[in-house]
Design a binder for this molecule. Structure first.
Ligand SMILES: Nc1nc2c(ncn2[C@@H]2O[C@H](COP(=O)(O)OP(=O)(O)OP(=O)(O)O)[C@@H](O)[C@H]2O)c(=O)[nH]1
Ligand SMILES: [Mg+2]
Length: 302
């Protein structure tokens, strides 16, 4: 009988390093939202890649996208940070994703802590499309001085350049064992959560300043329609009263634009027609509310 392999691979790094972009690239589908703004990812999302090794073994690579590592201020932030380190500790391989253009300062402290928390750290220098080649080697060397990285990769998650090499190396590095997911399953993210995330992505892209960080989105109802479409209602909660008016916009223009774009993306992701209704509400202090965070799968370590 041929050998089967299965392992958990965590993507850890500073905010905006490109973890979610890489996650989506390795998966071949856009499952985790990615935006130019820092602290986009809040959930621990798993995506499953099946891959045959050169030796003909069937490898299941369970990728785990994680929130970025940053200095926490709020309970939400602390919970995101705790989720990130817990993910790194659980994983068989922890990929430190470093923005090659941002340089050493952001990534080094994460590398140092990773050395103490994970069995098998690998380094991924991302965004090599933005950096002159001669700058990459010194950066890789410096980070390798901060943690005992078993392997180092240089790639562009945005263009896909180098991503294939990483998958090729990950597959045979997975521990021997049975697969955890049925072969057709791509993710552990429920469709309701994916819909809410795609709305939140548009809030990140279509608003400025503090608003993205002060917003959370929840799917409130999900109704199957006789024609095969789905009717989704989602609540967009803001933390401060002034933000509600800004998010709604003049005559409702902004929230309509957010909903229009999100609807198209949700329909693409679900591969079916979608009706989407958004409601904006004020939920002062939601980002400090333990129960609210628990519904996002986040837990404040205290
Ligand atoms: N040029 C270039 N841009 C990239 C690359 N990878 C990611 N980006 C961009 O970097 C920004 C951040 O990407 P994300 O994937 O959201 O970063 P992240 O590490 O998941 O960020 P958080 O979830 O906030 O921790 C986005 O605008 C991406 O398009 C890359 O290889 N090259
Ligand atoms: Mg992310």
């Amino acid at each position: 009988m041929s050998i089967s392999r299965s392992g958990l691979v965590a993507l850890i790094g500073a905010p905006n390093a490109g973890k979610s972009t890489l996650f989506n690239r390795l998966l071949g589908t856009r499952l985790s939202i990615a935006t130019p703004k820092a602290q986009t990812t809040r959930l621990r999302v798993r995506g499953i890649v099946l891959r045959e090794t050169a030796a003909g073994e069937a490898a299941e690579i369970v990728l785990m996208d994680l929130p970025g590592i940053f200095t926490p201020r709020r309970r939400l932030d602390r919970a995101m940070l705790a989720a990130a380190w817990k993910g790194a500790a659980e994983a068989d391989i922890a990929l430190l994703v470093a923005d090659a253009r941002a340089g050493l300062a952001l990534a080094r402290p994460i590398a140092e802590r990773l050395a103490a928390t994970t069995r098998e750290p690998w380094l991924v220098l991302n965004k090599i499309d933005l950096v002159a080649r001669p700058k990459l080697l010194p950066l890789a060397a410096a980070l390798n001085g901060a943690a005992p990285f078993r392997r180092t990769f240089m790639l562009s998650a945005a263009s896909g350049d180098g991503a294939e090499d990483l998958l090729e190396a990950l597959a045979p590095a997975m521990p021997e064992g049975p697969h955890l997911y049925p072969p057709e399953q791509v993710s552990d993210l429920p469709e309701r959560a994916l819909a809410a995330e795609l709305v939140r992505e548009q809030v990140f892209l279509q608003t400025h300043d503090e608003i993205p960080y002060d917003v959370t989105v929840e799917t409130e109802s999900w109704q199957e329609q006789p024609d095969g479409a789905v009717r989704i209602a989602a609540i967009v909660t803001v933390a401060r009263s002034g933000q509600k008016a800004i998010l709604i916009g003049a005559g409702g223009a902004r929230i309509r634009a957010i909903g229009a774009r999100a609807r198209v993306l949700i329909a693409e992701a679900l591969d079916r027609p979608v009706h989407l209704a958004l409601r904006v509400e004020l939920g002062a202090g939601w980002d400090e509310d333990r129960r609210r965070l628990a519904t996002l799968g986040l837990e404040d370590p205290g």
